[in-house]
Design a protein. Sequence first.
Length: 235
Amino acid sequence: MALAFTTVDKASSNHGIKAMVYGAAGAGKTRLCGTAPKPIILSAESGLLTYSKMIKEGTLDPKAPVIEPKTIEAVEEAYEWCKNNAAKYGLQTVCLDSISEITEVCLQAEKAKNKDPRAAYGEMAGRVLELIKKFRDLQGLHVLVTCKQTVGKDPVTGVEKAQPKAPGQQVGPDLPYIFDLVLHAYTDKDPKTGATYHALRTKAAFNADAKDRSGMLEEMEYPDMNYLINKIQQQ
């Protein structure tokens, strides 16, 4: 079989930005999906009220397509549609909200089929991680996956650290290795005005996992996916 050669610039130009955002409830994960360029949103959570507000604000196209998958099979079917049709319809970003919820749905399905809980967790982890990697490898499309947050102790320092959350012991810890960007969504208060604001951490800190393979982002960034993608691709 002949090897298919290309060049780094050609391969990277067709790769798209592959990102995961995680954070606590209300940190702005769902809203970030609505800021992505020409998104199709796979909403496994009941977060559509956020999009209604964005439509009223004029920050989200009311015709942006949404799929509400209720099973892991529906997510797999949605992946096939995105792979074959998203670009044809002018869509640029596939948003999966959230992988934590999808993992939970998959786990319940595996438990119903398997009497051994350990085997059910193993089957779930393998299936979910394979599916996530398929979304990550979609050519010519940006991908944004949202994830819930957990807080655990760093085994070395003992300091509490924010991390992606998913059922079981494998999916959550493996997620940061899959994506180009791992964004920690959080809220804080302006010390001068007292107003609450949303932000994204893009680099690892003692209290939160994050990363930016592009090296183009500031440590703290404004939570707008279109802005981040343009910033990475234009430099």
